[in-house]
Design a protein around this ligand. Structure first.
Ligand SMILES: Cc1cc2nc3c(=O)[nH]c(=O)nc-3n(C[C@H](O)[C@H](O)[C@H](O)COP(=O)(O)OP(=O)(O)OC[C@H]3O[C@@H](n4cnc5c(N)ncnc54)[C@H](O)[C@@H]3O)c2cc1C
Length: 408
Protein backbone atom coordinates (compact mmCIF):
# COMPACT_ATOMS: atom_id res chain seq x y z
CA UNK A 1 0.00 0.00 0.00
CA UNK A 2 1.25 3.50 -0.83
CA UNK A 3 1.09 6.14 1.91
CA UNK A 4 -0.08 8.75 -0.63
CA UNK A 5 -1.36 8.78 -4.20
CA UNK A 6 -1.74 12.14 -5.93
CA UNK A 7 -4.22 12.21 -8.83
CA UNK A 8 -2.97 14.71 -11.43
CA UNK A 9 0.57 15.89 -12.13
CA UNK A 10 -0.26 19.58 -12.51
CA UNK A 11 0.75 22.55 -10.37
CA UNK A 12 -1.11 21.67 -7.17
CA UNK A 13 -0.43 17.92 -7.44
CA UNK A 14 3.31 18.42 -7.75
CA UNK A 15 3.33 21.01 -4.93
CA UNK A 16 1.44 18.51 -2.76
CA UNK A 17 3.87 15.67 -3.48
CA UNK A 18 6.95 17.87 -2.92
CA UNK A 19 5.56 19.11 0.42
CA UNK A 20 4.49 15.66 1.65
CA UNK A 21 8.01 14.39 0.93
CA UNK A 22 9.56 17.43 2.66
CA UNK A 23 7.47 16.43 5.69
CA UNK A 24 9.07 13.00 5.68
CA UNK A 25 6.65 10.89 3.61
CA UNK A 26 8.23 8.46 1.12
CA UNK A 27 6.92 6.12 -1.62
CA UNK A 28 4.54 8.79 -2.93
CA UNK A 29 2.98 8.17 -6.35
CA UNK A 30 1.60 10.71 -8.82
CA UNK A 31 -0.87 9.32 -11.37
CA UNK A 32 -1.09 11.52 -14.47
CA UNK A 33 -3.35 10.75 -17.40
CA UNK A 34 -1.24 12.53 -20.06
CA UNK A 35 2.09 11.13 -21.28
CA UNK A 36 3.93 13.79 -19.20
CA UNK A 37 3.33 15.79 -16.03
CA UNK A 38 3.11 19.60 -16.00
CA UNK A 39 1.85 20.12 -19.57
CA UNK A 40 -0.37 23.05 -18.58
CA UNK A 41 2.33 24.59 -16.44
CA UNK A 42 4.56 24.91 -19.52
CA UNK A 43 1.86 27.00 -21.25
CA UNK A 44 1.29 29.41 -18.36
CA UNK A 45 2.19 33.08 -18.64
CA UNK A 46 2.83 32.63 -22.38
CA UNK A 47 5.53 30.11 -21.58
CA UNK A 48 7.07 32.27 -18.84
CA UNK A 49 4.86 31.08 -15.92
CA UNK A 50 3.46 33.94 -13.87
CA UNK A 51 3.73 31.83 -10.74
CA UNK A 52 2.52 34.28 -8.09
CA UNK A 53 2.04 37.94 -7.19
CA UNK A 54 3.85 40.03 -4.60
CA UNK A 55 0.76 41.17 -2.76
CA UNK A 56 -1.68 38.31 -2.32
CA UNK A 57 -4.38 38.29 0.33
CA UNK A 58 -7.56 36.27 0.86
CA UNK A 59 -9.51 39.23 -0.59
CA UNK A 60 -8.01 38.42 -4.01
CA UNK A 61 -10.00 35.17 -4.16
CA UNK A 62 -13.68 34.42 -4.74
CA UNK A 63 -15.58 31.20 -4.14
CA UNK A 64 -16.96 29.36 -1.13
CA UNK A 65 -13.71 28.27 0.53
CA UNK A 66 -12.08 30.34 3.32
CA UNK A 67 -8.54 30.62 1.95
CA UNK A 68 -6.95 32.90 4.55
CA UNK A 69 -5.53 30.16 6.80
CA UNK A 70 -4.19 28.17 3.85
CA UNK A 71 -2.48 31.21 2.28
CA UNK A 72 -1.12 32.24 5.68
CA UNK A 73 0.45 28.89 6.53
CA UNK A 74 1.95 28.57 3.02
CA UNK A 75 3.70 31.93 3.47
CA UNK A 76 6.15 33.21 0.90
CA UNK A 77 6.25 31.64 -2.57
CA UNK A 78 9.92 32.67 -3.00
CA UNK A 79 10.81 30.51 0.00
CA UNK A 80 8.85 27.55 -1.40
CA UNK A 81 10.68 27.77 -4.73
CA UNK A 82 13.95 28.86 -3.13
CA UNK A 83 13.96 25.50 -1.32
CA UNK A 84 13.74 23.88 -4.76
CA UNK A 85 16.67 25.96 -6.05
CA UNK A 86 14.51 28.23 -8.20
CA UNK A 87 14.91 32.00 -7.99
CA UNK A 88 12.05 34.36 -8.77
CA UNK A 89 11.78 37.90 -10.12
CA UNK A 90 8.96 40.44 -10.04
CA UNK A 91 7.80 42.81 -12.78
CA UNK A 92 6.56 46.39 -12.32
CA UNK A 93 2.98 45.18 -11.81
CA UNK A 94 3.99 42.83 -8.98
CA UNK A 95 3.68 39.65 -11.08
CA UNK A 96 6.22 37.01 -10.09
CA UNK A 97 8.07 34.83 -12.59
CA UNK A 98 10.94 32.38 -12.46
CA UNK A 99 14.24 34.25 -12.79
CA UNK A 100 14.91 32.46 -16.11
CA UNK A 101 11.48 33.68 -17.37
CA UNK A 102 10.76 30.17 -18.62
CA UNK A 103 7.96 27.93 -17.37
CA UNK A 104 10.22 24.96 -18.10
CA UNK A 105 12.48 26.13 -15.24
CA UNK A 106 9.54 25.86 -12.80
CA UNK A 107 8.62 22.40 -14.02
CA UNK A 108 12.26 21.28 -13.82
CA UNK A 109 12.55 22.54 -10.23
CA UNK A 110 9.48 20.54 -9.19
CA UNK A 111 10.36 17.40 -11.12
CA UNK A 112 14.01 17.32 -10.01
CA UNK A 113 12.86 17.47 -6.39
CA UNK A 114 10.23 14.75 -6.96
CA UNK A 115 12.95 12.54 -8.46
CA UNK A 116 15.37 13.25 -5.60
CA UNK A 117 12.63 12.31 -3.09
CA UNK A 118 11.91 9.05 -4.89
CA UNK A 119 8.36 10.12 -5.79
CA UNK A 120 7.11 8.10 -8.74
CA UNK A 121 5.41 9.86 -11.64
CA UNK A 122 3.27 7.26 -13.39
CA UNK A 123 2.10 8.88 -16.63
CA UNK A 124 -0.54 7.67 -19.07
CA UNK A 125 -2.59 6.57 -16.03
CA UNK A 126 -6.11 7.99 -16.01
CA UNK A 127 -7.83 7.47 -12.68
CA UNK A 128 -11.45 6.47 -13.17
CA UNK A 129 -12.71 5.70 -9.66
CA UNK A 130 -11.89 5.98 -5.98
CA UNK A 131 -13.31 3.28 -3.73
CA UNK A 132 -13.21 3.92 0.02
CA UNK A 133 -12.11 0.90 2.07
CA UNK A 134 -11.68 0.53 5.82
CA UNK A 135 -8.69 2.83 6.52
CA UNK A 136 -7.45 3.10 2.93
CA UNK A 137 -8.44 3.91 -0.68
CA UNK A 138 -8.58 1.79 -3.79
CA UNK A 139 -7.57 3.84 -6.82
CA UNK A 140 -8.71 2.43 -10.15
CA UNK A 141 -7.30 3.44 -13.53
CA UNK A 142 -8.70 3.24 -17.06
CA UNK A 143 -6.15 0.49 -17.83
CA UNK A 144 -7.73 -1.68 -15.13
CA UNK A 145 -5.01 -1.21 -12.49
CA UNK A 146 -6.06 -1.06 -8.85
CA UNK A 147 -3.70 0.66 -6.40
CA UNK A 148 -4.13 1.01 -2.65
CA UNK A 149 -3.27 4.18 -0.74
CA UNK A 150 -3.64 5.41 2.82
CA UNK A 151 -4.35 8.97 1.57
CA UNK A 152 -5.35 10.40 -1.79
CA UNK A 153 -4.95 13.97 -3.00
CA UNK A 154 -7.33 14.81 -5.83
CA UNK A 155 -5.39 17.39 -7.89
CA UNK A 156 -6.95 16.66 -11.29
CA UNK A 157 -7.80 20.30 -12.09
CA UNK A 158 -10.99 21.80 -13.50
CA UNK A 159 -12.61 22.05 -16.91
CA UNK A 160 -10.54 24.78 -18.55
CA UNK A 161 -8.08 24.13 -21.40
CA UNK A 162 -9.02 20.49 -22.08
CA UNK A 163 -6.01 20.03 -24.36
CA UNK A 164 -3.91 19.93 -21.18
CA UNK A 165 -5.85 16.99 -19.75
CA UNK A 166 -8.50 18.95 -17.87
CA UNK A 167 -11.91 18.45 -19.46
CA UNK A 168 -13.87 18.08 -16.23
CA UNK A 169 -14.40 14.35 -16.74
CA UNK A 170 -12.42 13.61 -13.56
CA UNK A 171 -15.05 15.41 -11.46
CA UNK A 172 -17.22 12.30 -11.99
CA UNK A 173 -14.91 10.52 -9.54
CA UNK A 174 -16.01 12.99 -6.85
CA UNK A 175 -19.66 12.86 -7.94
CA UNK A 176 -19.65 9.06 -7.59
CA UNK A 177 -18.58 9.54 -3.97
CA UNK A 178 -21.50 11.90 -3.36
CA UNK A 179 -19.17 14.89 -2.83
CA UNK A 180 -21.05 18.11 -3.67
CA UNK A 181 -19.72 20.29 -6.50
CA UNK A 182 -20.46 23.91 -7.38
CA UNK A 183 -21.30 23.70 -11.10
CA UNK A 184 -18.48 24.89 -13.34
CA UNK A 185 -18.23 27.76 -15.79
CA UNK A 186 -15.26 29.17 -17.68
CA UNK A 187 -13.33 32.28 -16.61
CA UNK A 188 -10.28 34.18 -17.78
CA UNK A 189 -11.51 33.91 -21.33
CA UNK A 190 -12.55 36.18 -24.24
CA UNK A 191 -16.04 37.70 -24.09
CA UNK A 192 -18.24 37.32 -27.17
CA UNK A 193 -20.15 40.17 -28.79
CA UNK A 194 -22.02 40.96 -32.03
CA UNK A 195 -19.48 40.20 -34.83
CA UNK A 196 -20.95 43.06 -36.91
CA UNK A 197 -19.57 45.52 -34.34
CA UNK A 198 -16.10 43.98 -34.71
CA UNK A 199 -15.90 44.01 -38.50
CA UNK A 200 -13.66 47.10 -38.60
CA UNK A 201 -11.82 46.35 -35.37
CA UNK A 202 -10.74 42.75 -35.89
CA UNK A 203 -6.99 42.35 -35.17
CA UNK A 204 -6.69 45.70 -33.35
CA UNK A 205 -5.15 46.16 -29.88
CA UNK A 206 -6.14 49.27 -27.94
CA UNK A 207 -4.78 50.45 -24.58
CA UNK A 208 -7.53 51.75 -22.36
CA UNK A 209 -9.97 50.55 -19.74
CA UNK A 210 -13.01 48.30 -19.96
CA UNK A 211 -16.08 48.45 -17.73
CA UNK A 212 -18.51 45.56 -17.38
CA UNK A 213 -22.12 46.68 -16.92
CA UNK A 214 -24.94 44.51 -15.58
CA UNK A 215 -27.92 46.39 -17.01
CA UNK A 216 -27.08 49.98 -16.11
CA UNK A 217 -24.98 49.08 -13.09
CA UNK A 218 -21.17 49.18 -13.53
CA UNK A 219 -19.82 45.93 -12.08
CA UNK A 220 -16.07 46.37 -12.45
CA UNK A 221 -13.47 48.31 -14.48
CA UNK A 222 -10.06 47.00 -15.52
CA UNK A 223 -7.22 48.84 -17.30
CA UNK A 224 -5.09 47.23 -19.97
CA UNK A 225 -4.85 46.26 -23.61
CA UNK A 226 -8.11 45.27 -25.27
CA UNK A 227 -7.74 42.90 -28.21
CA UNK A 228 -10.50 42.73 -30.80
CA UNK A 229 -11.01 39.40 -32.55
CA UNK A 230 -13.59 38.28 -35.10
CA UNK A 231 -16.27 37.47 -32.54
CA UNK A 232 -14.96 38.58 -29.16
CA UNK A 233 -13.06 41.06 -27.02
CA UNK A 234 -9.94 39.63 -25.49
CA UNK A 235 -6.87 40.66 -23.46
CA UNK A 236 -6.06 40.33 -19.77
CA UNK A 237 -8.43 43.14 -18.70
CA UNK A 238 -11.32 41.40 -20.50
CA UNK A 239 -10.29 37.99 -19.09
CA UNK A 240 -10.48 39.46 -15.60
CA UNK A 241 -14.04 40.68 -16.20
CA UNK A 242 -15.22 37.40 -17.76
CA UNK A 243 -15.63 35.75 -14.36
CA UNK A 244 -18.20 38.34 -13.30
CA UNK A 245 -20.62 37.53 -16.12
CA UNK A 246 -23.48 35.39 -14.87
CA UNK A 247 -23.68 32.53 -17.42
CA UNK A 248 -27.43 32.24 -16.85
CA UNK A 249 -28.10 35.82 -18.01
CA UNK A 250 -25.24 36.87 -20.25
CA UNK A 251 -27.54 39.10 -22.33
CA UNK A 252 -27.96 41.48 -19.36
CA UNK A 253 -24.26 42.42 -19.60
CA UNK A 254 -22.28 44.76 -21.84
CA UNK A 255 -18.68 45.91 -22.08
CA UNK A 256 -17.79 49.56 -22.47
CA UNK A 257 -14.31 50.40 -23.78
CA UNK A 258 -12.81 53.73 -22.72
CA UNK A 259 -10.00 54.66 -25.12
CA UNK A 260 -8.83 57.60 -22.95
CA UNK A 261 -9.19 56.61 -19.30
CA UNK A 262 -6.46 59.11 -18.33
CA UNK A 263 -8.67 62.13 -19.13
CA UNK A 264 -12.34 63.12 -19.08
CA UNK A 265 -14.73 63.56 -22.01
CA UNK A 266 -14.31 67.37 -21.87
CA UNK A 267 -10.56 67.10 -22.51
CA UNK A 268 -11.13 64.70 -25.40
CA UNK A 269 -13.71 67.08 -26.89
CA UNK A 270 -11.15 69.91 -26.65
CA UNK A 271 -8.64 67.70 -28.52
CA UNK A 272 -11.24 66.99 -31.21
CA UNK A 273 -11.81 70.74 -31.69
CA UNK A 274 -8.04 71.16 -32.05
CA UNK A 275 -7.85 68.34 -34.64
CA UNK A 276 -10.74 69.93 -36.55
CA UNK A 277 -9.07 73.36 -36.50
CA UNK A 278 -5.66 72.02 -37.58
CA UNK A 279 -7.00 69.85 -40.44
CA UNK A 280 -10.30 71.52 -41.51
CA UNK A 281 -10.10 70.09 -45.05
CA UNK A 282 -9.47 66.51 -43.89
CA UNK A 283 -12.11 63.78 -43.85
CA UNK A 284 -13.59 62.83 -40.49
CA UNK A 285 -11.65 59.56 -40.45
CA UNK A 286 -8.37 61.34 -41.23
CA UNK A 287 -9.13 63.93 -38.55
CA UNK A 288 -9.27 61.18 -35.94
CA UNK A 289 -5.92 59.62 -36.91
CA UNK A 290 -4.19 62.18 -34.70
CA UNK A 291 -5.88 60.51 -31.73
CA UNK A 292 -6.68 56.89 -32.47
CA UNK A 293 -5.97 54.06 -34.93
CA UNK A 294 -7.82 54.64 -38.21
CA UNK A 295 -9.93 51.48 -37.86
CA UNK A 296 -11.02 52.49 -34.35
CA UNK A 297 -11.86 56.00 -35.57
CA UNK A 298 -13.95 54.53 -38.37
CA UNK A 299 -15.84 52.28 -35.95
CA UNK A 300 -16.53 55.25 -33.67
CA UNK A 301 -17.82 57.35 -36.59
CA UNK A 302 -20.10 54.50 -37.66
CA UNK A 303 -21.58 54.36 -34.14
CA UNK A 304 -22.22 58.12 -34.37
CA UNK A 305 -23.78 57.80 -37.86
CA UNK A 306 -21.10 60.16 -39.26
CA UNK A 307 -19.87 59.29 -42.80
CA UNK A 308 -16.07 58.71 -42.55
CA UNK A 309 -15.42 60.58 -45.81
CA UNK A 310 -17.31 63.73 -44.74
CA UNK A 311 -15.11 66.86 -44.47
CA UNK A 312 -14.42 67.35 -40.79
CA UNK A 313 -15.02 71.13 -40.85
CA UNK A 314 -18.72 70.23 -41.37
CA UNK A 315 -18.93 68.40 -38.03
CA UNK A 316 -21.29 70.17 -35.64
CA UNK A 317 -20.51 70.71 -31.94
CA UNK A 318 -23.15 68.08 -31.12
CA UNK A 319 -21.49 65.53 -33.43
CA UNK A 320 -18.04 66.24 -31.95
CA UNK A 321 -19.47 65.76 -28.43
CA UNK A 322 -21.02 62.45 -29.53
CA UNK A 323 -17.66 61.27 -30.94
CA UNK A 324 -15.92 62.24 -27.68
CA UNK A 325 -18.53 60.30 -25.71
CA UNK A 326 -18.11 57.19 -27.89
CA UNK A 327 -14.31 57.36 -27.50
CA UNK A 328 -14.91 57.20 -23.75
CA UNK A 329 -17.55 54.48 -23.97
CA UNK A 330 -17.57 52.24 -27.03
CA UNK A 331 -20.21 49.69 -26.13
CA UNK A 332 -20.36 45.98 -26.91
CA UNK A 333 -23.33 43.81 -25.83
CA UNK A 334 -22.20 40.51 -24.30
CA UNK A 335 -23.39 37.46 -26.21
CA UNK A 336 -21.55 34.96 -23.98
CA UNK A 337 -18.11 34.02 -22.77
CA UNK A 338 -15.80 31.81 -24.80
CA UNK A 339 -16.01 28.18 -23.72
CA UNK A 340 -13.63 26.08 -21.67
CA UNK A 341 -11.42 25.49 -24.73
CA UNK A 342 -10.29 29.14 -24.59
CA UNK A 343 -10.55 29.67 -20.82
CA UNK A 344 -7.59 29.67 -18.45
CA UNK A 345 -9.51 28.69 -15.32
CA UNK A 346 -12.72 27.31 -13.85
CA UNK A 347 -15.31 28.77 -11.50
CA UNK A 348 -16.81 26.06 -9.28
CA UNK A 349 -15.55 22.84 -7.74
CA UNK A 350 -15.71 21.30 -4.28
CA UNK A 351 -17.28 23.88 -1.93
CA UNK A 352 -15.89 24.99 1.41
CA UNK A 353 -18.80 23.33 3.23
CA UNK A 354 -17.48 19.89 2.18
CA UNK A 355 -13.87 20.54 3.21
CA UNK A 356 -11.93 20.85 6.46
CA UNK A 357 -9.28 23.52 7.09
CA UNK A 358 -6.64 21.20 5.62
CA UNK A 359 -8.71 20.60 2.42
CA UNK A 360 -9.62 17.09 3.61
CA UNK A 361 -13.10 16.01 2.52
CA UNK A 362 -15.14 16.01 5.75
CA UNK A 363 -17.07 12.89 4.78
CA UNK A 364 -13.98 10.96 3.70
CA UNK A 365 -10.93 11.12 6.01
CA UNK A 366 -7.75 10.63 3.97
CA UNK A 367 -9.12 12.27 0.80
CA UNK A 368 -7.95 15.81 -0.01
CA UNK A 369 -8.81 18.18 -2.87
CA UNK A 370 -6.48 20.91 -4.21
CA UNK A 371 -6.04 23.54 -6.95
CA UNK A 372 -8.72 24.24 -9.50
CA UNK A 373 -10.88 21.33 -8.33
CA UNK A 374 -11.66 23.46 -5.26
CA UNK A 375 -14.30 26.21 -5.52
CA UNK A 376 -11.75 29.06 -5.51
CA UNK A 377 -11.00 31.48 -8.35
CA UNK A 378 -9.37 34.83 -8.98
CA UNK A 379 -8.10 37.14 -11.73
CA UNK A 380 -5.01 37.05 -14.01
CA UNK A 381 -1.66 37.88 -12.44
CA UNK A 382 -0.34 34.71 -10.80
CA UNK A 383 -3.20 34.27 -8.30
CA UNK A 384 -4.38 30.90 -9.63
CA UNK A 385 -0.97 29.31 -9.52
CA UNK A 386 -0.35 30.78 -6.07
CA UNK A 387 -3.54 29.05 -4.90
CA UNK A 388 -2.28 25.80 -6.45
CA UNK A 389 1.06 25.95 -4.59
CA UNK A 390 -0.65 26.93 -1.31
CA UNK A 391 -3.48 24.40 -1.50
CA UNK A 392 -1.12 21.63 -2.66
CA UNK A 393 1.30 22.38 0.20
CA UNK A 394 -1.58 22.42 2.71
CA UNK A 395 -2.93 19.02 1.61
CA UNK A 396 0.57 17.53 1.25
CA UNK A 397 1.45 18.52 4.80
CA UNK A 398 -1.81 17.11 6.20
CA UNK A 399 -1.43 13.83 4.26
CA UNK A 400 2.13 13.46 5.60
CA UNK A 401 0.83 14.00 9.13
CA UNK A 402 -1.74 11.22 8.63
CA UNK A 403 1.03 8.95 7.37
CA UNK A 404 3.25 9.70 10.39
CA UNK A 405 0.36 9.08 12.82
CA UNK A 406 -0.18 5.69 11.21
CA UNK A 407 3.49 4.73 11.56
CA UNK A 408 3.60 5.81 15.26
C1 LIG B 1 -2.94 28.86 -21.26
C2 LIG B 1 -3.01 29.05 -19.76
C3 LIG B 1 -2.18 30.00 -19.17
C4 LIG B 1 -2.26 30.20 -17.77
N1 LIG B 1 -1.39 31.09 -17.22
C5 LIG B 1 -1.41 31.27 -15.87
C6 LIG B 1 -0.46 32.12 -15.25
O1 LIG B 1 0.49 32.63 -15.89
N2 LIG B 1 -0.56 32.31 -13.91
C7 LIG B 1 -1.54 31.69 -13.16
O2 LIG B 1 -1.60 31.91 -11.94
N3 LIG B 1 -2.43 30.85 -13.72
C8 LIG B 1 -2.37 30.61 -15.05
N4 LIG B 1 -3.24 29.71 -15.61
C9 LIG B 1 -4.16 28.95 -14.72
C10 LIG B 1 -3.36 27.81 -14.03
O3 LIG B 1 -2.49 27.21 -14.97
C11 LIG B 1 -4.32 26.75 -13.45
O4 LIG B 1 -5.20 27.37 -12.57
C12 LIG B 1 -3.53 25.67 -12.71
O5 LIG B 1 -2.59 25.03 -13.57
C13 LIG B 1 -4.46 24.61 -12.13
O6 LIG B 1 -3.64 23.67 -11.45
P1 LIG B 1 -4.23 22.30 -10.90
O7 LIG B 1 -3.16 21.70 -10.09
O8 LIG B 1 -5.53 22.52 -10.25
O9 LIG B 1 -4.53 21.43 -12.17
P2 LIG B 1 -3.81 21.32 -13.58
O10 LIG B 1 -2.54 22.09 -13.62
O11 LIG B 1 -4.85 21.64 -14.55
O12 LIG B 1 -3.40 19.80 -13.62
C14 LIG B 1 -4.31 18.75 -13.51
C15 LIG B 1 -3.62 17.50 -14.04
O13 LIG B 1 -4.45 16.39 -13.74
C16 LIG B 1 -4.44 15.51 -14.86
N5 LIG B 1 -5.66 14.73 -14.79
C17 LIG B 1 -6.94 15.13 -15.01
N6 LIG B 1 -7.81 14.13 -14.79
C18 LIG B 1 -7.06 13.06 -14.42
C19 LIG B 1 -7.39 11.74 -14.06
N7 LIG B 1 -8.64 11.30 -14.04
N8 LIG B 1 -6.37 10.88 -13.75
C20 LIG B 1 -5.07 11.30 -13.76
N9 LIG B 1 -4.72 12.56 -14.09
C21 LIG B 1 -5.70 13.44 -14.40
C22 LIG B 1 -4.36 16.44 -16.05
O14 LIG B 1 -3.88 15.79 -17.19
C23 LIG B 1 -3.44 17.54 -15.54
O15 LIG B 1 -2.11 17.27 -15.84
C24 LIG B 1 -3.18 29.48 -16.99
C25 LIG B 1 -4.01 28.52 -17.59
C26 LIG B 1 -3.92 28.30 -18.96
C27 LIG B 1 -4.80 27.27 -19.61
Amino acid sequence: MYPLIVIGGGASGMAAAVTAAACGLRRIVILEKLPRTGRKLLATGNGRCNLSHTEITAADYAGSVPVEGILGSFGDVSTFFGNLGLFCRTDAQGRMYPYSMTAAGVLDALRLRLKADGTQELCGREVTALIPQRGYWQVQTAAGECLAARSVIFAAGGWAAPKFGTDGSSWKILEQLGIPLVSPHPILCPVGTDPALLRQLKGLRVRGSVTLFDGDVPVCTRDGEVQFTEKALSGICVFDLSGQIDPMRTKAFRLSVNCFPECDTGETLARLYTCQAVRPEASCEDMLTGLVHKALGRAVLERCAVPPGMQCSSLSGRQLAMIAERLHGLEFPVTGTAGFAQAQATVGGVPGSALGDDLQVKRYPGLFVTGEAVDVHSVCGGYHLHWCWASGACAGMAAAKLGREEQA
